[in-house]
Design a protein around this ligand. Structure first.
Ligand SMILES: [Zn+2]
Length: 469
């Protein structure tokens, strides 16, 4: 049987500061080596000060993943030398003296299969190495320490996955969950990374590192299963090793074997005292935990009668479910949900677009109301949405500015219809035999009015003109 386990690293991007100093947790957008201080650079004599919010946010994740949580946490030093780690050790967690990491023994359900979480720990992210040119031929490596000390949560699963597809589904669910908890923005570059370990029946465990995206992770796992199966078929031993994902060639390549694996000489970090997390703190966190995606979905279906499919899309996205909650005025909930999932999600399909969007909940509820009371057509509604997103003006004003109101004046509409009937002589003939052709003529009237003609009145007038029922 194929066994796949994951190690996911997730930055707590919603925090203000790093894990042990007051430098910015969101290091993006800084000039290299400007978001640093003696603490995150590991200058001798500097002392780390633990970020309380990081402990709370990490604990929230542990709770949301049904983990057991400790009454006190401890930190350890993991010693190794690498240029991106200025201290020569990483402050992390280890369950050496009982369970003192953020959480353990959790679970999450993926495609009706339970995936067990072995452990969750809080640690610091190292800096970043930037290679000039292709990695293997590079003559110059640059180091940027802006990321060093960023709060990182490591989530380790049991090897419970059986297929690459389950891995991908799990990561989608986990990334929605982290976003919903408001602890991380998994869409940011490098905010969520994962390593995988893969073994097939009778073979040793192989770790795959260096995978750039979730999409590649699925491919890397798939490649590794195929590689191992092909070795097994040829009776070649599968050795325990670490392999890197080669993004260019889309294959895994051997990086180091077990014998060469580093000895980290873990020991307690004496500069950070053990931290108590009492029941009161845990209760408070539980109390303020955002509603889970599944219960949100259930509420949308049972309370508002939104279809399960639409509720699923809406509830799993924090931004759009918040927009829905703001726009929602119970009577039109279903139409509002549909408008968000069919029109608005397409218009605001990137983070950048959402960040500058001026669209508010009121705009959406007003727009749905306008459509329902026949003041604006669906086609015009789309134009109005485009405009609202750009400038955020009240809907009534946008409709006036863009002249999007219905053409429901009978005389005006009759003139346009006469024009269309003159131009479409053939369709007029056909319509007398086949009443479906009338819809084609309605379409022509819509074209001439830029989608503003009142559809019911247009149809009625056309039928009257053609003397059909
Ligand atoms: Zn710092």
């Amino acid at each position: 049987m194929t066994k796949i386990g994951l190690e996911i690293h997730c930055q707590l991007t919603k925090l203000e500061s790093k894990l042990f100093c007051s430098c910015k947790a969101d290091y993006r957008g800084f000039e290299p080596n400007t978001n640093i201080c003696p603490v995150c650079m590991g200058i001798p004599g500097s002392l780390p000060l633990l970020n309380k919010s990081a402990v709370e946010k990490a604990t929230l994740i542990a709770m949301a993943l049904d983990c057991k949580t400790p009454n006190r946490i401890a930190f350890f030093r993991k010693n190794y030398f690498y240029p991106d780690l200025p201290k020569n050790f990483q402050i992390t967690q280890l369950n050496a003296y009982g369970n003192t990491s953020i959480g353990w023994e959790g679970k999450i359900s993926v495609e009706n299969k339970e995936i067990k979480i072995r452990r969750i720990q809080l640690e610091e992210d190292p800096g970043r190495l930037i290679y000039e040119g292709a990695t293997e031929k590079t003559k110059l490596t640059l180091v940027d320490y802006n990321r060093a000390g960023t709060p990182l949560v490591e989530i380790v699963t049991e090897p419970d996955f059986e297929t690459p597809h389950q891995v991908r589904e799990f990561l989608n669910i986990l990334s929605d969950l982290l976003e919903n908890l408001n602890v991380s923005d998994p869409g940011l570059e490098g905010a969520m990374r994962a390593d995988a370990n893969v073994s097939i029946e009778g073979g040793s465990k192989v770790e795959i590192k260096n995978i750039g995206s979730f999409h590649d992770l699925e491919k890397a796992v798939h490649f590794e299963i195929t590689r191992q199966q092909s070795l097994a078929e040829r009776k070649i031993e599968i050795i325990q090793e670490t392999r890197h994902w080669d993004d260019g060639r889309k294959i895994t390549v051997s990086a180091r074997t077990k014998e060469e694996e580093a000895e980290y000489r873990y020991h307690l970090e004496a500069d950070i005292p053990w931290v108590r997390i009492d029941d009161n703190t845990k209760n408070q966190l539980q109390l303020h935990m955002p509603e889970s995606i599944s219960s949100k979905k259930e509420r949308y279906v049972s309370k508002y009668g939104i279809t399960s499919q639409v509720a699923d899309i809406l509830s799993s996205d924090r931004y759009f479910s918040e927009l829905f909650e703001k726009a929602n005025n119970e009577t039109n909930a279903k139409d509002i949900a549909n408008m968000i999932t069919t029109d608005i999600m397409g218009l605001l399909d990137t983070r950048e677009k959402r960040e500058i969007s001026k669209l508010e909940g009121d705009h959406i509820s007003d727009l749905v109301e306008y459509i329902k009371s026949n003041k604006i057509t669906r086609a015009s509604a789309k134009l109005a949405l485009d405009e609202v997103i750009k400038n955020g003006k009240p809907l009534s004003q946008i409709i006036e500015d863009l002249d999007l109101g219905h053409v429901s004046d009978e005389a005006t509409l009759s003139d346009i219809i006469t024009e269309v009937l003159n131009e479409e002589a053939k369709a007029v003939e056909d319509a007398k035999q086949n009443p479906d052709i009338v819809n084609f003529l309605v379409g022509k009237v819509m074209q001439k009015t830029h989608g503003k003609a009142d559809p019911e009145l247009t149809l009625a007038l056309l039928k009257k003109n053609l003397a059909i029922k």
